[in-house]
Unconditional design. Structure first.
Length: 306
């Protein structure tokens, strides 16, 4: 099932046709409040009242013209303006290929610098989202250059990649912000752990390594991007053993998944942030979400049948 869904995510033919179908558009509403930025901002305002922060990402990747990258940067600058005007505790998560990484890497870095400069005015943070393994090394290298001049930037790393432990050690001297996720691309066994048990074990080990660095005095910001509450609580136990509070890391979940648990974790003293996706280019992202958990597929089928 996972292999099939990830193949579907990569199919240009399906990417063009599936989003036109009304049942598909209905099903995707589980994972996004709407395609327009206004829907995302309105939802973030509701989360603010529940003491849940927001992380915004506009869906889309691999633009092929420099002007598309410029348009994306301008869009995100506008989002930062809206975040400030509305007083939302919101941050941005941006794919480098949205900004033209495949066209001009230098210009992409400039775009990220502009976003970080604007976010810094209001004390905000801009995150680099991680993509498939073909981009991992280049993305980490861009973050190293960006972080040197912009302290308010973070990067997403994937626990299923075998290289991630080394990447964390490489970045720790920069006192980084790292959002750790499990990973949602179809990677070979030579590059990635393939079983859930292996990925979960590595996720926990990587989170603990960052907590240990924090306990030792490193100013690392830790985002734990998982819906596995048992894993979150396991990480909290390790934090306590190191003398760190639950707020030593931030729980980051996707919109539409386990909101009841997000509220519960807030009530128990955890810091929680909800990733809100929006935009019309949702098809590949949505298929990767379905591939992550069989329960997501069952939910989508219920939406279609309903």
């Amino acid at each position: 099932m996972r292999t099939l869904l990830l193949w579907m995510a990569r199919s240009p033919w399906l990417r063009e046709r599936i989003p036109r179908l009304s049942f598909a558009r209905r099903a995707v509403r589980r994972f996004m409040p709407g395609e327009e930025p206004e829907a995302a901002l309105t939802q973030a305002e509701a989360f603010r009242e529940q003491r849940i922060g927001s992380l915004f990402t506009r869906l889309g990747e691999n633009v092929v013209r420099a002007e598309e990258g410029e348009a994306t940067a301008q869009h995100y600058l506008g989002m930062l303006d809206q975040i400030a005007v509305r007083g939302i505790p919101g941050e941005l998560s941006v794919k480098l290929t949205q900004l033209g990484f495949d066209v001009d890497a230098g210009r992409t870095l400039e775009h990220m610098g502009r976003l970080a400069d604007r976010a810094a005015v209001d004390g905000g943070v801009v995150w680099i989202d991680m993509e498939g393994s073909a981009y991992t090394e280049r993305t980490v290298a861009v973050y190293e250059r960006l972080k040197a001049g912009h302290a308010n930037t973070g990067i997403c790393l994937q626990a299923y990649l075998r290289r991630t432990a080394a990447d964390i050690q490489r970045l720790l001297p920069l006192e980084p912000a790292i959002r750790l996720v499990k990973g949602a691309y179809d990677e070979p066994a030579t590059l990635a752990y393939r079983t859930r048990r292996e990925v979960d074990a590595n996720f926990a080990a990587l989170a603990v390594a960052m907590l240990e660095a924090r306990a030792a005095g490193r100013a690392v910001r830790i985002g734990v991007g998982t819906h596995d509450v048992a894993l979150i609580e396991q990480i909290a136990v390790h934090a306590a053993a190191l003398g760190l509070p639950r707020t030593a890391f931030e729980v980051q979940m996707l919109y539409g998944i386990r909101l009841d648990q997000q509220r519960r974790l807030v009530s128990e003293g955890y810091a929680v942030r909800d990733l809100i996706a929006y935009g019309s280019a949702w098809y590949p992202w949505y298929m990767r979400r379905l591939a992550e958990r069989p329960a997501n597929v069952l939910f989508a089928l219920r939406q279609i049948m309903g």
